[in-house]
Design a binder for this molecule. Structure first.
Ligand code: THU
Length: 150
């Protein structure tokens, strides 16, 4: 049920992707601690490197709304204008952003082709030996007691 709703959001968000360079449309649906689902799409740029992946768009939207806890993200991607034929796994940069805010042992990454065809991984499986806030003596997403964060 929850998985299907996140996947529906990911599939819907793909249609918002701005992908004039790759033609590869990715959507994400991120479940936050408040129960809210945040959607994200990839947004490309003529200078290429400023491109933002769908997953990071979803995370940054959510964090900018005050969310700090997350339990799962669904991701769907493939050539724009077609239903996804393959699973689309998050890039290394997006895995690292997940590591900042999520418990790697419980956060679930749902790779979806459709509402019924999908695979589920923990973040730990996708990013073994990841480096995160704990390595700097901080709690995930809660650097609030230090420096400038709240
Ligand atoms: N992309 C994502 O948005 N998420 C992924 O998981 C993989 C890659 C985007 C970046 C770029 O706009 C396009 O897909 C091709 O790499």
């Amino acid at each position: 049920m929850r998985d299907a709703e996140l996947i529906r959001t990911a599939l819907k968000m793909r249609k918002k992707s701005y992908v004039p360079y790759s033609g590869f449309a990715v959507g994400a649906g991120l479940l936050a601690g408040s129960g809210e689902i945040y959607g994200g799409c990839n947004i490309e740029n003529a200078a290429y490197t400023p491109t933002n992946c769908a997953e990071r768009t979803a995370f940054f939207r959510a964090v900018s709304e005050g969310e700090r806890e997350f339990s799962a993200i669904a991701i769907a991607g493939g050539p724009a204008g077609q239903e996804p034929a393959d699973y689309c796994a998050p890039c290394g940069v997006c895995r690292q952003v997940m590591m900042e805010f999520c418990d790697p042992d419980t956060f679930q990454v749902i790779l979806a082709k459709s509402e019924t065809e999908y695979q589920v991984f923990t973040l730990r499986e996708l990013l073994p030996c990841g480096f995160g806030p704990a390595d700097l003596g901080l709690q995930k997403g809660q650097a609030g007691n230090k420096k400038n964060s709240q």
